[in-house]
Design a protein around this ligand. Structure first.
Ligand code: PLP
Length: 358
C-alpha cells in the first residue's frame, strides 16, 4: 500500500502533555490520522496520513442513521530502551475483519491495517508517552459514509485511525471494582452483534451503566438475554472466576466479545499449569460460591485496565464481598505478567510482541 503523507508543519504541532500521569482517557489526540476510502466496485483506495482534523460528513451518511460502524482498541507501549511495541495486534486486525463481515462492511487486508498503524505511529512517535504504565491508545474505525436514507449496507465507507496518549490505568495501585448485576437490561443476545466491536453494543450498554453508577457501582455485570441467568461480561470487559483452583470464563457464544486480553489470560494461566475452563456459569453459582468461600477471585480483563479485580457484587439489592474484597493472587500475577510482557520487562514466550520500526 502506497500511503501518501501530509505532515503537519512543525510550528503547528501541539505540545505533548507534560503530566503523563493524569491524562484523561480518550481526550487528547496525536497530531496525525490515517484515512482510506472504499466504494463498491473500486475497493479500498487513497490511503493517506493527514493532520488530525474534523470530519465533514453528509447528514444522510448511513452510519449516522443505521449505526453501520465498527472499531478496535489497542495500545502502543514505549519500552525502557526507547523501542515502541504493539501487543498481539493481529488479533485486533482479525477481530476488525470479523466485525466488518458481521456488519456487511468491506474487510481490510491484515498487512494494510498493520502498515497504516506502523506508519502513523512512526510520524507521531513523540506522542507515545514515556511514563511507566502509560501508552498510546490506537483507535481504528470504519464508518458507512454513503448518503442514503433506507436500510441496506452502504456502498461507501471511510476507514480511519486516530491515536492518543493515555495514562496508566491504575495510577494509585490496583483498585477492586464494585459491580451491579443487571436483571432488567441486557447488552446483547446470541445471534445479535455482541461478538462484533460495533457501535450498537456500546449504545445499548449506557442506560444500565448509568443506573449502576447512580447506585454507586463502577460497572454492570451482564447476564445472558435469553434466560437472564448466565454471566456474560462485565462493563466492556471479559470476566473470570477462580473457583477452588480452576479458572473459569464463559464460552464465547456469539454474544461475548472475544477479548485479546481474555485469550492472553487463558494461555498464560494454562501455561502456568492452571486448569482453565470455558463453561457457562450462572449468577446463582457465583453467589453460592461467594457464600461458601469457594469463589476465591473474580476479575475482568480488557485492553484498558488489563486486569480489574472485582471486590464486591450487588445482586437483587444485596451486596456480596468476593473473598476478602481485595486483589487476588492470580489477578495480580496475570496483571504483572501481561504488563511485564507489554513493556519488555518479562520474556515474551508466546511471541506476542510486535516491534515497530520507528
Ligand atoms: C464489550 C467488550 N468486551 C471485552 C473487551 C475486552 O477486549 P480486549 O481484551 O480485546 O480489549 C472489550 C474491549 O475491547 C469490550 O468492549
Amino acid at each position: 500500500m502506497d500511503i501518501s503523507i501530509q505532515s503537519l508543519d512543525l510550528a503547528k504541532r501541539r505540545p505533548k502533555p507534560v503530566d503523563e500521569k493524569n491524562l484523561v482517557f480518550g481526550r487528547v489526540f496525536s497530531d496525525h490520522m490515517f484515512m482510506m476510502d472504499n466504494e463498491t466496485g473500486k475497493g479500498w483506495h487513497d490511503p493517506r496520513i493527514v493532520p488530525f482534523h474534523m470530519l465533514e460528513m453528509n447528514p444522510a451518511a448511513m452510519v449516522l442513521h443505521y449505526g453501520q460502524g465498527i472499531f478496535e482498541g489497542l495500545k502502543a507501549y514505549r519500552w525502557p530502551n526507547g523501542k515502541i511495541c504493539l501487543f498481539r495486534p493481529e488479533q485486533n486486525w482479525e477481530r476488525f475483519n470479523r466485525s466488518a463481515h458481521r456488519l456487511c462492511m468491506p474487510e481490510i487486508d491484515i498487512a494494510a491495517q498493520m502498515q497504516a498503524v506502523e506508519e502513523l505511529i512512526r510520524l507521531d512517535k513523540d506522542w507515545v508517552p514515556h511514563h511507566v504504565g502509560s501508552s498510546l491508545y490506537i483507535r481504528p474505525t470504519m464508518i458507512a459514509t454513503e448518503p442514503h436514507l433506507g436500510v441496506r449496507p452502504a456502498g461507501e465507507y471511510l476507514y480511519f485511525v486516530i491515536t492518543g496518549p493515555v495514562a496508566a490505568y491504575y495510577a494509585e495501585g490496583f483498585n477492586p471494582v464494585k459491580i451491579y448485576v443487571s436483571e432488567e437490561y441486557v447488552r446483547t443476545v446470541r445471534g445479535g452483534v455482541g461478538e462484533a466491536k460495533t457501535l450498537a453494543n456500546y449504545a445499548t450498554s449506557l442506560y444500565a451503566a448509568e443506573l449502576a453508577k447512580k447506585k454507586g457501582f463502577t460497572q454492570v455485570l451482564w447476564l445472558d438475554a435469553v434466560e437472564l441467568r448466565y454471566v456474560e461480561e462485565v462493563g466492556t470487559s471479559n470476566i473470570f472466576f477462580r473457583i477452588g483452583d480452576e479458572l473459569i470464563t464463559p464460552p464465547l457464544g456469539g454474544s461475548i466479545l472475544p477479548g485479546v486480553t481474555r485469550n492472553s489470560v487463558m494461555q498464560l494461566a494454562a501455561h502456568w499449569g492452571i486448569k482453565v475452563i470455558e463453561r457457562r456459569i450462572t449468577i446463582d453459582e457465583v453467589i453460592e460460591t461467594i457464600r461458601s468461600g469457594e469463589l476465591k477471585e473474580m476479575f475482568a480483563s480488557g485492553t484498558a485496565a488489563v486486569i480489574s479485580p472485582v471486590g464486591e457484587i450487588s445482586f437483587r439489592e444485596r451486596g456480596y464481598t468476593v473473598a476478602d474484597g481485595g486483589v487476588g493472587e492470580w489477578a495480580r500475577k496475570l496483571y504483572d505478567e501481561i504488563t511485564g510482557i507489554q513493556y519488555g520487562e518479562r520474556e515474551d514466550i508466546f511471541g506476542w510482541i510486535r516491534r515497530l520500526s520507528t
